[in-house]
Write a protein that binds this ligand. Structure first.
Ligand code: ATP
Length: 358
């Protein structure tokens, strides 16, 4: 059995819009491992929702293959229809829960009835359905709201009901399509933390479709960036957020905000760089605080180091620090200082003097 739970290979989806062909998803290949929280990010219209809907064949691909939990759902080289029967697909779809920006709750039904509704076609007896619904409400922290109505709950609480309902049939995968986009920051974080908790507690694989970068940073371990129907970049969140390759990714994650702040601090202080000064960006990981390392540059290496701007980001469980500094000294000492930093697993990027002096 492979480690991956979702294998999408060369999937394309085309629509006809007013007589014109629109390629919403273009030749996308994506592999998601069991237990991943996989963020799929991109601007509106990039194709994120369409791609996610191919996973349970709510959207049939125009071409490509879709394999979920080692079962081939779709393979355009064999048929233009799903490979598995309609009955099998219905069963397999229960392994894939979905939540959306809109909670889609039944407003005339109580919270617990909303969850029970998802178990209507299960083989459980009435008593078991009630017990399961109560258990699910406990899992999402809503036990005491079982007999209230959706309208009496906050947006965050309503999304919890939707999550409990999505988990009713014990899915292995949960697709969250912009599930926090309508929520305030506090409720957003609570829902994200709940998804992370469910991921850890149940081993649930979560696909987090969002345009909210902070959501991905908070809980995902991997991310893919979509643009115009294609995945332009993917990898661990550290890869994508610390070493973005594509300009769109850099814009999306605000990668150039740090350098811009550093330059504006330098400019507002009227600082120019001399030839004996090197402007560098340090990136360090983990809880190691890089300030003592910078201090040792003074003590041991006969250079001075001025910290212009520093920032700390948390990517999942990884702390990532960035620091913009100017090292001043004889050129051989500056180079020695840079080597010294590199040996300490600090990533170093020499920045162009002209950026400051322009
Ligand atoms: N059923 C459909 N028929 C025709 N065009 C569609 C259909 N579904 C999506 N599209 C088009 O496909 C493109 C991608 O849409 P999609 O919803 O997948 O993007 P998205 O990245 O999820 O953006 P958003 O967050 O705005 O939904 C858009 O241009 C959209 O108009």
């Amino acid at each position: 059995m492979s480690d991956s739970i979702i294998d999408i290979n060369k999937v394309s989806v085309s629509f006809l819009q007013k007589g014109n062909r629109l390629d919403a998803v273009k030749d996308v290949s994506l592999s998601i491992n069991r237990g991943d929280i996989y963020g799929i990010v991109g601007y509106s219209g990039a194709g994120k929702s369409t791609l996610s809907r191919t996973i349970n064949l709510l959207q049939k691909p125009t071409s490509g293959t879709v394999v979920v939990d080692n079962k081939t759902f779709f393979d355009s080289s064999k048929s233009r229809k799903p490979i598995i029967s309609a009955k099998e697909l219905r069963i397999e779809r229960q392994k894939i829960g979905m939540i959306f920006q809109h909670f889609n709750l039944l407003n005339e039904q109580t919270v617990v009835q909303n969850v029970e509704f998802a178990l209507k076609h299960s083989k459980l007896k009435e008593k078991q359905v009630q017990q399961r619904a109560q258990k699910l409400l406990g899992l999402v922290g809503l036990s005491e709201y079982a007999n209230t109505y959706p309208a009496q709950l906050s947006g965050g609480q309503q999304q919890r009901v939707a999550i409990a309902r999505a988990l009713a049939n014990d899915p292995k995968i949960l697709i969250s399509d912009e599930s926090t986009s309508a929520l305030d920051p506090q409720n957003t974080n609570q829902i994200l933390d709940l998804l992370k908790h469910l991921n850890l507690q149940l081993g649930l694989t979560v696909i987090l479709i969002t345009h909210e970068i902070d959501a991905v940073k908070r809980i995902a371990n991997k991310a893919a960036v979509m643009d115009a129907g294609q995945i332009i970049e993917s990898g661990s969140i550290v890869d994508v957020f610390v070493h973005p390759q594509k300009q769109l990714t850099k814009t999306l994650i605000g990668f150039n905000e740090g350098p811009k702040k550093a330059i504006s601090i330098l400019n507002s202080n009227g600082l120019k760089l001399n030839s004996n000064e090197q402007y560098i960006k340090l990136t360090y990981f983990g809880n190691e605080v890089s300030e003592p390392v910078v201090i040792s540059l003074y003590k041991d290496l006969d250079v001075t180091a001025n910290i212009i701007y520093s920032d700390v980001d948390i990517l999942g469980d990884t702390l990532v620090g960035t620091m913009f500094i100017i090292i001043e000294g004889k050129s051989e000492n500056v180079e020695e200082a840079i080597d010294y930093l590199r040996q300490r697993d600090i990533s170093i990027e020499k920045l162009d003097r002209s950026e400051v002096n322009s």
